[in-house]
Ligand binder design. Structure first.
Ligand code: ADP
Ligand code: MG
Length: 140
């Protein structure tokens, strides 16, 4: 295994419920280290750009609406196997299918309001980190 970096986001449904600390603790308890973090209220345009891969999906409008409905916390996480480990601690996209003890099982409200985002592969992790952070803002 290698030390990797991945991109994580605490979504508006979670920041509205004051869960930034609770979710970050679950990430840290899983062995991930926060090496960059900033609070962002994204515009519709930023949300559309970030989620461009989903633009043909039927839920795209709802997704952009919800991601720009309040503050998010964008983070870079570092650790052994960080990309897969973050996906594991996040749980399944639909909280109804998420394993016990995962962030989405514990905190998510629905498939649309599922509290966290995490990169799914090394290429998307690099792109997503660069979308929100300059190199000097990531301090490992
Ligand atoms: P993940 O966030 O687990 O990587 P996807 O990349 O498939 O999941 O989808 C991106 C986001 O789009 C999801 O986290 C969720 O907020 C939203 N989404 C996915 N599927 C649906 C759906 N069927 N209805 C509403 N929102 C959805
Ligand atoms: Mg995804």
């Amino acid at each position: 295994m290698a030390v990797e970096r991945t991109f994580s986001m605490i979504k508006p449904d979670a920041t509205k419920r004051n869960l930034t600390g609770a979710i970050t603790k679950m990430l840290e308890d899983a062995g991930l280290r926060v090496v960059a973090s900033r609070r962002v209220w994204m515009s519709r345009r930023e949300a559309e750009g970030f989620y461009a891969v989903h633009k043909e999906r039927p839920f795209f409008g709802e997704l952009v609406e919800s991601m720009s409905s309040g503050p998010t916390v964008v983070q870079v996480l570092e650790g052994e196997n960080a990309i897969a480990k973050n996906r594991e601690v996040m749980g399944a996209t639909n909280p109804a299918n998420a394993d016990e003890g995962t962030i989405r099982k514990v905190h998510a409200l629905s498939i649309g309001e599922n509290s966290v985002h995490g990169s799914d592969a090394p290429e998307t992790a690099a792109q997503e980190i660069a979308y929100w952070f300059s190199q000097t803002q990531v301090v490992g």
